[in-house]
Design a binder for this molecule. Structure first.
Ligand code: ATP
Length: 258
């Protein structure tokens, strides 16, 4: 990794609450993401994946350590980081296009640019013909595509995604993985992706970071050397399964080599 890392987390610690009700969520987290890297965080429920993501997003404060994006400390949310959650977080009274435009206006874009940028990014997620539809008229996958279009519309260099496909059926989930991989390959974003699904993590990531808990810590890191572009047919190949097994063993706490 050369130059300043895109994301550099050192000695990160986070405790929720205080006194007898305190929960130490994270202790001494060290994690570096290079430019254009796609890294997934996996681990047992409660190990602190979402807490790390929301700290990097600037939505959560922290107690110890440093969190730097492009060498600058994270001090709150910023347009350099797009965030996508599992819940679609769309405004139900606005159309798909208006949802994206709303975010752009809030980010300070001129009104006349907002429509062009919204349309450009709805096209990127193959939703041009649904631009005038309301969230209630869209499927779960479509709503999540609007959320991705919105997160990408102000052209962040980093995308932070917390279980973005967790609520979708298996087929839609695969389609969304394909779409995200294509967008990432074309736009060369840095992505930090939280998932419970190890197959998904292997399919889309350059690297998988396995966390342990109580308090949350980084157990092991796995490079995914599968060639790109990835194809669903790679799932089940010997190489794919070897990484998948190594990650699952690390999550379970067994010491199977990667
Ligand atoms: N706002 C909060 N107040 C108190 N404790 C919290 C808060 N948010 C998270 N925690 C605690 O911090 C720890 C890490 O939670 P976090 O949601 O980051 O885990 P996670 O790995 O993302 O879990 P999951 O996979 O279930 O989403 C847990 O023990 C959780 O109970």
């Amino acid at each position: 990794m050369s130059g300043v890392p895109k994301l550099e987390i050192t000695g990160l610690g986070k405790t929720f609450g205080s006194g007898r009700s305190a929960t130490v969520a994270l202790r001494d987290i060290n994690l570096t993401l290079g430019d254009n890297e796609f890294v997934s965080l996996v681990g047992t429920s409660g190990c602190g994946k979402s807490t790390i993501l929301s700290i990097v997003a600037g939505l959560q404060d922290y107690d110890d350590g440093k969190v730097l994006v492009d060498g600058m400390p994270v001090e709150g949310p910023g347009l350099d980081r797009g965030v996508v959650f599992q819940s679609y977080t769309l405004l139900p009274w606005l159309t798909a296009r208006q949802n994206v435009e709303f975010a752009l206006k809030a980010a300070g874009h001129k009104k006349r640019d907002c429509r062009d940028l919204a349309d450009e990014h709805l096209k990127l997620v193959n939703l041009t013909s649904f631009a005038d539809s309301y969230p209630s008229q869209l499927s779960g996958g479509m709503k999540q595509r609007v959320a991705i279009a919105r997160a990408l519309s102000y052209r962040p260099k980093m995308l932070l995604m917390d279980e973005p496909f967790g609520a979708l059926d298996a087929l839609t989930r695969h389609q969304m993985q394909e779409l995200l991989t294509r967008i990432w390959e074309e736009h060369r974003l840095t992505v930090l992706f939280v998932t419970h699904d190890v197959e998904e993590a292997v399919y889309i990531s350059d690297r998988i970071v396995v966390m342990g808990m109580s308090p949350g810590y980084i157990k092991q890191s796995f490079d995914v050397d599968l060639p790109r572009p990835r194809h669903q047919r790679m799932i089940g190949s010997d190489e794919f399964v070897a990484v998948q097994r190594g990650v699952m063993a690390a999550i379970r706490g067994e010491s199977e080599p990667a």
